[in-house]
Design a protein around this ligand. Structure first.
Ligand code: URA
Ligand code: CA
Length: 433
């Protein structure tokens, strides 16, 4: 087989076979096919697209380019959740213990964050003593015992995707639905998921800004999953404004605790119940999405979800007393308010800009090497559609310095208050099964 012939075939819009796709991915992984040929190939895919069969074959070729995590020693159907990323997205912290409380095994491999706020591991490390440096045997034992555990990323997962993503980044070929969908799905499958629940974000703070693009991506991923034998569902949810109120690591742990108590922000709680219901259903712990939701609501009401969170923190060395004493989480030295300049209705809280403001405070990483401050961040006091009086606080800023004029100015620029009534945006646009 010659790579040049395969580039030509794709350039002319013909369908590649499974063998041909494996040849490309294996050759790129082992270095026998050079970057310039893969660049031409990804550009051909960008313009010609890929058939459903090609997308599934590409996904599995990337899965097999490296290690595949074997979770078969964990009892039950392992359902993984994936979010395409947003600002103040506290769902993973809530969903882990919540679905575990109804018997769904959550074997989570997580990373650190880049940008807006930390990743799941950073957030959990706001709990004193909590650590993810556990070995595989301990990880599996914990999931079997508590139904939830988190381990740091290890091993050589989807090396083909790592190389390809870096190359796409510099050849203007990131924005291709078949390439994005296979990239995301390959990582989930290599991490050992039997079933996958996807939260595709849409709006200013999301990777996909328009609903049409978000829908196309969600449908592409659901089809790949189902075509390669992993039951997959997706929802499309709003990321025009940050999710919940809190943006920042310790602040989001507190928000997750509130949500597990049934006292969380309305949007975060609803999103967790919606995604959680799909996870419980995919794990075959309920016969319908409605029955799954009832189980989750009961786990919150009975305190079982909160107990599971405590057990999970404790089992990985964390100080579980933060659940009853959130003041024991890292506290920022300064708590400052952002008063509204005029009365009216909140019309915009641009998610990505608010995320950047939290990052400037120190809640996120500008580069992979940056240190983050787990205590700092923002708590929104108003969301889109809320009425506000001049002088009332729009945002509470948790900071390690009083000198935050740049952050305040950024927040004022991206939180618009107008004098006309505004409707709150829809939270969940679509459910795709
Ligand atoms: N996220 C990924 O993991 N892969 C892509 O291709 C785009 C976003
Ligand atoms: Ca939040």
């Amino acid at each position: 087989m010659r790579m040049v012939d395969l580039i030509e075939k794709k350039r002319d819009g013909r369908e590649l076979t499974e063998e041909e796709i494996s040849f490309i991915i294996n050759g790129y992984t082992d270095g026998t096919i050079p970057d310039y040929q893969i660049s031409a190939f990804t550009m051909a895919v960008f313009f010609q697209g890929m058939t459903e069969k090609e997308r599934a074959d590409l996904t599995m070729a990337m899965v097999h380019s490296g290690d595949v995590i074997d979770l078969s020693a964990i009892e039950g159907i392992k359902v993984d959740k994936h979010s395409t990323g947003g600002v103040g997205d506290t769902t993973t912290l809530v969903l882990g213990p919540l679905v575990a409380a109804v018997g769904v095994p959550v074997a989570k491999m997580s990373g650190r964050g880049l940008g807006h706020t930390g990743g799941t591991i950073d957030k959990l490390e706001a709990v004193k003593g909590f650590h993810v440096e556990i070995d595989k045997e301990e990880f599996i034992k914990l999931v079997n015992k508590n139904k939830v555990a988190v381990i740091g990323q290890s091993g050589n997962l989807t090396p083909a995707d790592k190389k390809l993503y870096a190359l796409r980044d510099v050849t203007a070929t990131v924005n291709s639905i078949p390439l994005i969908a296979s990239s995301i799905m390959s990582k989930k499958i290599a991490a050992g998921a039997d079933a996958i629940c996807l939260d595709v974000k849409t709006g200013a703070g999301a990777f996909m800004k328009s609903l049409d693009d978000s829908r196309e991506l969600a449908e592409a991923m659901v089809r790949i999953g189902n075509n390669v034998g992993r039951k997959t569902m997706a929802i499309i949810s709003d990321m025009s404004q940050p999710l919940g109120y809190a943006i920042g690591n310790a602040l989001e742990v507190k928000e997750a605790i509130d949500t597990l108590k049934g006292q969380g922000p309305k949007d975060l709680s609803e999103l967790c119940l919606t995604l959680g219901s799909q996870m419980v259903y995919l794990a075959e712990k309920a016969d319908s999405i409605e029955a799954a939701r009832e189980l989750l609501e009961e786990a919150i009401k009975s305190g079982k979800a909160l107990e599971t969170f405590k057990l999970f923190l404790e089992s990985q060395g964390g100080d579980a007393s933060v659940v009853d004493h959130p003041e024991r989480l890292p506290q920022a030295p300064f708590k400052l308010e952002l008063p509204a300049k005029v009365s009216g209705y909140v019309a915009e809280i641009t998610a990505d800009s608010i995320g950047t403001a939290a990052m400037i405070l120190g809640a996120g990483r500008a580069t992979k090497e940056s240190e983050i401050d787990l205590s700092v961040g923002l708590v929104l006091n108003k969301k889109i559609g809320d009425k506000v009086e001049a002088g009332e606080s729009l945002v509470t800023i948790y900071s390690n310095t009083e000198n935050i004029d740049d952050v305040k100015q950024r927040l004022y620029e991206h939180i618009k208050v107008i004098d006309k009534k505004v409707d709150a945006p829809e939270l969940i646009y679509e459910v795709i099964t």
